[in-house]
Design a protein around this ligand. Structure first.
Ligand code: COA
Length: 160
């Protein structure tokens, strides 16, 4: 049975490798130079933007949980941050990152992490959980819809 625990400093390599892999999946058509530059820049950005410490991110009332598989292997993570709704100014719990290691997918871990996010929101007294997802990420969209998430806004872009 996979279990959840707080992030530890020794998780960094697994954490950032899964983060970069997740981001790369959202850039399937990007040229190699863009992908390489992103991979070089992203770990440094994460450490500085979120004031990374041994116990993980220290900004935005973050919570970073790691999922361990039965043999203690790194199976995924869930990173939550507190944000403020632009329109209502109410606090929201934002799913900054959710990811499951590729060898562990489609075994219910993603759903377990989403349920942990909802439980954390309730513990914090926050009644609204938000996230953003790439329109091409069918697995994630299906996961979110399956636990009740609805599309509220769309991000649009035009390359000129
Ligand atoms: C999205 C992700 C977290 C799902 O994790 P998972 O552990 O495989 O998900 P679960 O096994 O709990 O599946 C829960 C639901 O997700 C959906 N799902 C999971 N994998 C899917 C796939 N390959 N295709 C379609 N739907 C899928 C299904 O609705 C599934 O429900 P079901 O089993 O009743 O069909 C995982 O694929 C992942 O880590 N992807 C890379 C990182 C990423 O894209 N993160 C989201 C960024 S916004």
């Amino acid at each position: 049975m996979p279990t959840l625990r707080p992030y530890r400093s020794t998780d960094w390599d697994d954490f950032i490798a899964l983060e970069v892999e997740t981001c790369m999946a959202a850039l399937p058509d990007a040229p190699a130079t863009v992908r390489d530059e992103f991979c070089a820049r992203w770990p440094k950005f994460v450490k500085s933007r979120y004031a990374w410490a041994d116990a993980g991110p220290t900004t935005d009332a973050s919570s970073l949980l790691v999922c361990e598989g039965e043999a203690g292997e790194y199976a995924g993570h869930l990173w939550l941050t507190e944000q403020t709704d632009f329109f209502t100014a109410e606090p929201v719990l934002h799913i900054t990152t959710i990811a499951v290691a590729s060898s562990q997918r489609q075994r219910g871990i993603g759903k377990m992490l989403m349920e942990a996010a909802v439980a954390d929101a309730k513990r914090r007294g926050i009644s609204h959980v938000t996230l953003g997802v790439d329109a091409s990420n069918a697995a994630a969209i299906s996961l979110y819809a399956g636990v009740g998430f609805k599309t509220k806004r769309l991000a649009m872009s035009l390359r000129v």
